[in-house]
Design a binder for this molecule. Structure first.
Ligand code: SF4
Length: 451
């Protein structure tokens, strides 16, 4: 799991409908990770199908749904602030999402909320909306748009393949909040992906809590050995870029790499390693040892030399010694990851790591974070500099007067870098895929010209 500040949760709302007279209208504030964003999209799609209008602001809404995040204490505080703001601006607020798993935490601060429902309780959210703002369907105008309601720009879309997680990482309360792994049927995932591609989506971002575990909750006799491979192959046939997020480093991830080398899915792995020292990983209750991951990474790169690796790490985990941290730095030197996010360990209410001995002082955490990021940045800079002169495909995200903002296959939206085209970009539009020659590189971004 990425910490909230590394999540692509800044997606822009694209709600352009005008409200018809008397149409009940709902607003939505969506916080947290891409998975929460997918939940928000589902809720809005259902409401839209029932005849509700969707308001992009507080004032036009009869009630506001706040989809909360409860991953870290800072995310909880942000969720409480958002609920307070919605109450102040609109007054009629329904709360859902991860923080909804702790209703008394919300009602203790905001007793005036109309209802609190937990994560994925779509029916309960809809019930709460129905009782707060009764529906008034109009069969002539309330047709469900082919692609549902999307909070992400039309040319890329998140595709949620499962919910929950069977791991027990000590710093994480996701399994308590979201439950055990529950994979969506492959047919349903592929059907949703097909509809998205038919509706113009050019890039599918596969998300879950644990993507590589997809399907391992199905009965053994009724599934392939590694269902994620079958799913990746099917998604790879749809003609869109397919990007894998939150891939837990199981050994069978190596089976995915040939699909990347063949071009079926993007040569990009978002794989949270969290640490490299075996003792730290053990205290985190992560089953994978750091040295073996270096061998795995080398093997992946041998099969797919273009592979981009993104990962997240925790520094200052309870008991992390100076030697353990140094191992992490040395590991990063060897692993040469392309994209790295890092966060300083923070207690989360309910996490088992809170009770571990040897909590690291804040100033030590800060020092380690700075040293880690300095190294990660130098690696990123060198890797990007090596791209100058290369011809690569990019997808266009946004076109403005002075430049088109694009991404390479090595960049996920919102969390990675950009490639800018600042000449001859006027005819481009979001979702176009064009070839550029890279002519300049910075710490995280590239510049290029069309060829
Ligand atoms: S793999 Fe670990 S960190 Fe990720 S959701 Fe599961 S328990 Fe949490």
């Amino acid at each position: 799991m990425n910490p909230p500040d590394l999540r692509p949760d800044l997606s822009r709302a694209r709600i352009t409908e005008t409200r018809r007279d008397g149409q009940p209208t709902i607003g939505m504030v969506s916080l947290g990770c891409p998975k929460a964003l997918v939940d928000s999209e589902r809720i809005l799609t259902r409401l839209r199908a029932e005849g509700y209008g969707i308001s992009p602001d507080y004032t036009g809404a009869d009630a506001v749904i706040v989809n909360t995040c409860g991953f870290l204490d800072s995310a909880k505080a942000e969720s409480l602030d958002a609920i307070g703001e919605a109450l102040a601006e609109n007054g009629r607020v329904i709360v859902t999402g991860c923080l909804g798993a702790e209703p008394e935490y919300i009602t203790g601060t905001h007793p005036k909320v109309l209802a609190v429902t937990g994560p994925h309780q779509y029916e309960q959210v809809l019930d709460a909306v129905h009782s707060a703002v009764p529906p008034a369907p109009d069969p002539f105008v309330d047709l469900l748009p082919a692609s549902g309601v999307s909070l992400t720009p039309r040319h890329f879309s998140y595709l949620k393949i499962s919910e929950g997680c069977n791991h027990k990482c000590r710093f994480c309360i996701i399994p308590d909040m979201r439950g055990k792994l529950a994979s969506r049927p492959q047919k349903a995932v592929v059907r949703e992906a097909e509809k998205l591609v038919e509706a113009g989506v050019k890039e599918l971002l596969v998300i879950s809590q644990d993507t590589s575990a997809y399907g391992t909750d199905w009965p053994r006799g009724e599934r392939a050995q590694f269902p994620i491979l079958d799913l990746a192959k099917e998604l790879g046939q749809l003609g869109a870029w397919v990007r894998m997020h939150y891939v837990y480093p199981y050994p069978h991830v190596r089976e995915l790499i040939p699909l990347m080398a063949e071009g079926l899915v993007l040569p990009y792995l978002d794989i949270p390693f969290q640490h490299a020292h075996p003792d730290t990983l053990k205290r985190m209750a992560r089953p994978v040892a750091g040295s073996r991951t270096l061998d795995e990474i080398a093997a992946w790169r041998a099969v797919c030399p273009d592979l981009t690796l993104r990962s997240t790490f925790i520094v200052g985990y309870p008991g992390e010694t100076a030697a353990e941290f140094q191992t992490l730095l040395d590991w990063l030197d060897e692993a040469q990851l392309d994209r790295v996010g890092c966060f300083k360990y923070e207690n989360v209410a309910g996490a088992r790591s809170n009770a571990l001995p040897g909590h690291v002082p804040e100033e030590v955490k800060q020092d380690r974070w700075e040293r880690f990021m300095e190294k990660a940045q130098a690696i990123s800079e060198a890797k990007l500099a090596a791209k100058v002169g290369q011809r690569i495909e990019v997808i266009v995200d946004e076109v403005e007067d002075d430049a088109a903002t694009c991404r390479t296959k090595a960049d996920a939206p919102e969390i990675d870098g950009c490639l800018f085209i600042d000449e001859g970009h006027e005819d481009l539009k979001p979702g176009d895929i064009v070839t550029v020659e890279v002519d300049e590189a910075g710490e995280y971004d590239l510049w290029g010209r069309r060829v």
